[in-house]
Design a protein around this ligand. Structure first.
Ligand code: CA
Ligand code: ZN
Length: 303
């Protein structure tokens, strides 16, 4: 299987990047990814003072997907997400959303046997893993978007739905799409309030293909249970509104519901959630259960 190593990375999504790998549509490929610190923190003694801040949020890639043209909606399937090293978290005074953090610290955590080992001063905790990918995107049409920034192109969305078995839909802006991902987390709650999850190197098996649903509001996620419209904006108010409107557009435009039915069902069984509130902009999502749509005869995106 074609693959890239964890040192074949870039730090900004841009149209002029040279692809390191070209894959066919539906062809599985592997991206080995660093954690968001480029694997620089190996023990609790490794402090942020020793960190090279130019190497934050590396994305492995870029990967060109054969036949992808600007405007195409590309479905990216996360076939497998395997953690390949320990997890690390940091506290950074002044970073994130928690005002009370005044001490810098590094904590390295084991993630074997399906659980994250979290040592607290009150005792040790074993928390079930829920691996996800923080940074995942395609190149924009112009300019250069740092991998730490989320947006319409994807990027640092930190959406904890984007794990093994999930599909992410993004709109390509350049030939080949120029895909990349990195910043896997072994576990992260909605919001990422500390500005990190359990940051972990990973081996990601992927496949990508164009779907003939050009009006799909992107970014859009599909898991086994639900659909989610993702939106990023400078303020949470704007992001929340856009995610709601995008899901409404999906339900009325693609799933074929009437305005009233879409609105009623969004209010009854839809859930509006934060992905992250700490990257330069705010990312939110509106989730809607797939089984409700299948009961109404919707066969799936592109079906
Ligand atoms: Ca992230
Ligand atoms: Zn991260």
């Amino acid at each position: 299987m074609k693959s890239l190593n964890h040192d074949q990375v870039f730090y900004a999504f841009a149209p002029n990047l040279k692809p390191r790998l070209t894959v066919d549509q539906h062809e599985e490929f592997v991206l080995n990814t660093c954690d968001c610190f480029a694997n620089q923190l190996g023990s609790d003694e490794d402090t942020l003072d020793n960190l090279d801040w130019d190497r934050i949020n590396p994305a492995t890639g870029p990967v060109a997907i054969e036949g992808v043209k600007p405007g195409d909606v590309v479905r990216i399937d996360i076939k497998k997400l395997e953690l390949t090293g320990k997890s690390v978290m940091t506290t950074i005074p002044g970073a994130g959303m928690i005002s009370g953090i005044t001490e810098a610290s590094t904590r390295v955590m084991g993630n074997d046997n399906g659980v994250l080992s979290v040592a607290t001063e009150k005792g040790d905790l074993l928390l079930p893993l829920k691996p996800m990918i923080g940074v995942i995107g395609l190149a924009p049409a112009e300019g250069s978007i740092p991998t730490g920034t989320p947006g319409k192109h994807g990027g640092n969305m930190d959406c904890n739905l984007i794990g093994e078995g999930a599909s992410l839909y993004l709109q390509a802006a350049v030939d080949g799409g120029l895909f990349g991902c990195g910043d896997a987390h072994a576990l992260m709650g909605d919001g990422e309030v500390l500005v990190c999850g359990a940051e972990t190197p990973a081996r990601v098996t992927l496949a990508a293909s164009v779907v003939d649903v050009p009006q799909l509001p992107t970014p859009f996620v599909e898991t086994e249970e639900l659909y989610a419209a993702i939106a990023t904006a400078k303020t949470s108010d704007e992001a929340l509104k856009q995610a709601v409107d995008n899901m409404f557009d999906f339900l009325t435009g693609i799933a074929g519901l009437s305005q009233g039915d879409a609105g009623r069902l969004m209010s009854l069984v839809g859930n509006l959630k934060f992905c992250q509130v700490v990257d330069p902009e705010i990312t939110v999502r509106f989730e809607f259960p797939k089984d409700v749509l299948s009961q109404l005869g919707f066969a799936g995106i592109g079906a």
